[in-house]
Design a protein around this ligand. Structure first.
Ligand code: EPZ
Length: 426
């Protein structure tokens, strides 16, 4: 069980290069199921969830090469034969996004068996909307022994209105629709850049999709799709996390290789806090003099403030003067970081989906426990300004979605080191 040791107090200075987006790469890897040709993805981050997806696809019969052609961030996937179209529980239980293979599997093979994902630290994470959409497209779905089985000779186009906005639900059903017979109209879709990124790959593979990135998407199904090469978007949540690292430490950081147009709500919020931002075409420079104004936030679907930035923002809020009200509208249990931040000297109280952060309280080092991906990032941000040396346990949560996190921070002056094995290096 590896840990981080972080000594606080250093303002971060310099440039951090952003990696590819995990939440784009995961659906794009699943999209390779839709063709027997090879799909090449560039800018795939080397994080644990990508390794998990590699194992999942290989377990079904796919050829998957991470770091293809000695290009560290290139992935080659070829699903010529899918000998075992089953997403097994021992893999699905470690990564809920495994449900993203459901739509492409049934579209390609006519059958899919996927272990029900179950919940995780931040919520129940149901996939009822994925199931409802597939049934509307003519799939027969049964659930037994913890597995969901979907069958269809060939899916048929349908008119699907999502009861709730769901990112992977939109992605999963988009991948089902591209090989369906006829036209599918989706309404109340997720508008996240990761949906748009997936649609760009599918279109490169020969799919007929219009409206991705808006709440209405139209798909005209085709008989077959062919291989393609596609470059994954930069990770907007990683970029937002490091923007807050620059702000909270009173530093001067250049976040390079990001897409500022995907960060509108985060940049606006940091601006309201009094952080200085210089926004370029593919970079953002963040400077902070240390005086930060308390500014309320509520998480919403894109383009609103991302739930995946809520925990990181809360760490910043502990260092602002005044009271910040944080409202989590997307997940029912995404305040796991609050208790740990309070153990470091923060003053945060929770009532239902609302957390009230009283600042400014100086943070002290402590031994803390990571509970999920973004809560882990929040605790590192707090440790960067805590007095003394903080020990963070269970950082494997962080390795799921951040590439070389501690190296990138060390490169701009943070005093952070890992104890225990390093992911990806034996
Ligand atoms: C995606 O999860 C992201 N994961 C999450 O990022 C992100 O927090 C989330 O979208 C919201 O932006 C990936 O893209 C792999 P949802 P997803 O379906 O698709 C409810 C991270 O930190 N819902 O948009 O699973 C659900 O319970 C991760 O990188 C249903 O009720 O989220 C939630 O309350 C964490 N039924 C809300 O909708 C369904 O069938 C939004 O969930 C599906 C979802």
């Amino acid at each position: 069980m590896d840990k981080f040791v972080v000594r606080g107090g250093n303002p971060l200075l310099g440039t951090i290069k952003i990696s590819g987006a995990k939440n784009s790469a995961l659906p794009c890897m699943a999209a390779a199921i839709l063709t027997e040709d090879e799909v090449i993805l560039e800018n795939v981050p080397q994080v644990r969830d990508i390794e998990t997806e590699r194992r999942l696809l290989e377990s079904m019969g796919a050829e998957v090469e991470l770091g293809y052609g000695r290009a560290q961030h290139r992935t080659r996937i070829k699903c010529a034969v899918l000998s075992d179209p089953v997403a097994k529980y021992e893999i699905v239980k470690t990564m809920r996004a495994s449900s993203l293979v459901l739509g492409p599997l049934i579209a390609r093979t006519g059958i899919a068996r996927v272990a029900m994902p179950g919940g995780c630290a931040i919520g129940g994470r149901p996939i009822d909307l994925h199931i409802k959409g597939l049934e509307a497209m003519g799939a027969t779905i049964t659930q037994e022994h913890g597995y969901l089985e979907a069958r269809a000779d060939r899916l048929k186009g349908a008119h699907i209105v999502f009861d709730k906005i769901t990112v992977t639900g939109t992605e999963d059903l988009l991948m089902a629709a591209v090989l369906a017979e006829g036209e599918t109209l989706f309404e109340n879709c997720a508008r996240e850049p990761e949906v748009t990124d997936l649609a760009a790959l599918l279109i490169a593979m020969g799919a007929n999709i219009t409206g991705a990135g808006t709440s209405t998407i139209r798909v005209v199904g085709t008989q077959k799709l062919h291989g393609a090469r596609h470059r994954i978007n930069p990770d907007r949540i990683e970029a937002g996390t490091f923007l807050i690292a620059g702000a909270i430490t009173g530093g001067d950081l250049n976040i390079d290789g990001c897409n500022p147009s995907h960060l509108g709500s985060v940049l606006a919020k940091l601006d309201q806090c009094g952080v200085r931002l210089d926004i370029g075409d593919e970079s953002v420079r963040v400077r902070s003099g240390g005086e930060l104004r308390a500014t309320d936030v509520l998480t919403e679907e894109y383009p609103g403030f991302p739930t995946d930035m809520q925990a990181q923002y809360m760490a910043l809020a502990t260092q602002t003067d005044g009271i910040t009200v944080v409202t989590e509208n997307i997940f029912e249990n995404r305040f796991m970081h609050v208790q740990e931040l309070n153990r470091m000297g923060a003053n945060i109280s929770v009532s239902g989906r609302t957390a009230t952060v009283r600042g400014r309280y100086p943070l002290q080092s402590a031994a803390v426990m990571c509970s999920d991906l973004r809560a882990s990032a929040s605790l590192v941000l707090a440790a960067l300004v805590a007095d003394g040396e903080t020990i963070l346990d269970r950082v494997y949560h962080l390795d799921r979605g951040y590439e070389r996190f501690e190296e990138k921070l060390r490169g701009v002056g943070a005093q952070i080191r890992r104890m225990g094995e390093v992911f990806g290096k034996k």
